[in-house]
Ligand binder design. Structure first.
Ligand SMILES: [Zn+2]
Length: 241
């Protein structure tokens, strides 16, 4: 049974109730979850699953792509049973950083796509920093300095991040919707669309901030050349003083 992904509807949901569907050793499957598994290049959440006075630390979250079940991996022994109602709590500081870094990736990618036609070929958003690979001929750090400067200008416009669902047919009519090229599995009939009006529109299942103003300021960390046309950029979000 696939797990309902609550963060797809509300990225700001920190607590939720759910029913235990399966327990295998230290792995717990729920009917629904706000825990984001490692997927779409964004790191997993951590947090707690609580039942009465039992508190279980969630140290890792994975998606079984065959069954679409989210697997919550617990540090230690699990005494939960099928049918138990639990409360889930995600580590909000960690999640919110992931949301900012991930939404920032949309802005950087949009600028590089508009200016150079560069496509994302890989990437990973972690808590302390994110990295993204682009196919780009020129090995020039200034391209990324300029892209992040422009992305920071866009942040100042404080645009909303709109989330909605479209059928695959409707989504495919939108020009430039799949910048992540071949990543969208064909079996998914309804696509979740993430739109930053006038800037970027993507089919994307991850958690994002509601308004790009929440990102604050993107900081370039480093640029690496990973091959003839592969450029890797590392960036983070400036911590508030
Ligand atoms: Zn996204």
């Amino acid at each position: 049974m696939s797990t309902k992904l609550l963060y797809m509807y509300d990225s700001y949901l920190r607590k939720f109730n759910a029913k235990v569907i399966k327990v295998m050793d230290n792995k717990v499957i729920l009917d629904q979850t706000a825990f984001h598994p490692l997927t779409g290049g964004v790191a997993n959440d951590t947090g707690y699953i609580v039942k009465d006075d039992e508190k279980y630390r969630v140290i890792d979250v994975k998606l079984n792509k065959e069954t679409n079940e989210v697997i919550h991996i617990i540090d230690g022994e699990v005494k939960l049973n099928e049918g138990d109602i639990i409360e889930g709590k995600i580590d909000w500081d960690r999640r919110y950083k992931l949301m900012k870094l991930h939404t920032a990736a949309h802005l950087i990618a949009a600028v590089l796509y508009n200016d150079y036609g560069a496509l994302i070929t890989g990437g990973h958003v972690d808590v302390k920093y994110a990295k993204m690979d682009f196919n780009l001929e020129k090995p020039d750090r200034r391209i990324f300095e300029e892209a992040i400067r422009k992305a920071n200008e866009i942040i100042k416009k404080r645009l909303p991040v709109k989330i909605y669902f479209l059928t695959r047919g409707e989504a495919m009519k939108i020009p430039g919707i799949i910048k992540l090229a071949e990543r969208m599995p064909p079996k998914i009939k309804e696509l979740r669309i993430v739109e930053i009006p006038g800037i970027d529109i993507q089919a994307d299942g991850g958690p994002h901030v509601n308004n790009i103003g929440e990102i604050g300021e993107i900081v370039l960390l480093k640029v690496e050349n990973k091959g003839r046309t592969k450029r890797r950029v590392y960036y983070t979000i400036k911590e508030k003083d």
